[in-house]
Design a protein around this ligand. Sequence first.
Ligand SMILES: [Zn+2]
Length: 324
Amino acid sequence: MASILNLPHFQDPDKAREYLEALRWANGVACPHCGSLGKHLTLAGSKNYRPGLRKCADCYEQFTVTVGTVFERSKIGLHIWLQAVHWMCASKKGISAKQLERMLGVTYKTAWFMAHRIREAMKTNPDGLLGSGGGTVEADETYWGNMPRSKVAKLEAKNKPHGHLSGGWHKEKIVSLVERGGNVRTEHVRVRMLNKETLKEILDRNVSKDAHLMTDESKLYNKLGKEYASHQTVNHKNGEYSREGVTTNTVEGYFSILKRGLVGTFHSVGEQHMQRYCTEFDFRYNTRISLGVDDVQRFNIALKGIEGKRLTYRRLDGQQAAQI
Ligand SMILES: [Zn+2]
């Protein structure tokens, strides 16, 4: 069987552009400047115009299919971008910038930046509340970090007299909410300690009050759980993982994929970028095969998400804009 990467849109920039045009403009060409549908002049065909250039008949602005997307003004061929999107959609535990560098034939810096732009494309707006209509939502939190022990000890000694620090303070806090048979939403919470108030705020925004909530024995959920149709817990400390359908195995399964990615694929993830990695793992989980989404559909969903999310290098890490 020929590799999927032999398909023309992965090999040729013009074919890639045509693929993207067919996907984004399935209902007619839309001007990204004024929103006008279908009224435009095609300027292609002359060497003075770049391929795919159009001019809006309403606002007279020029545009191509990548204007207003994460691919805008990129010097990387569109077919290379599509390859990167393919790899990120198809790799269950993610793919490192180092690996992308080798496979795409670009520099490490370019690969890193492309991957972050694609993570932006994978970001979706939350659609309603999880567990609406009496569904089951598992909530759990996990801690992840790789600060060296010596540094942890040093900071703890320094702060001890003030009583400021307690368990897990030096790690990244990640909260995931998973609707059984449905979607996950993961938030990287940038606080020193996770408390009841923070969790309540996250659950209020994401979980329907008529949902059945399942958590572990953490006291953080005691009062909060009363706001939902029901709240049941499994007691991990007593070695209990499942009792007549009461379990947090789904959310823990999600965490294990996320952590295998963070440890095995990405190695070190800066605090400022953690949410983007969580978003990437959420995207793949929410477009997983058991929900009826295949690899090509997942790829197309990611490509439809490129709109309205231009991401500058400055926003990513404060350095000068890169020529990517
Ligand atoms: Zn226009």
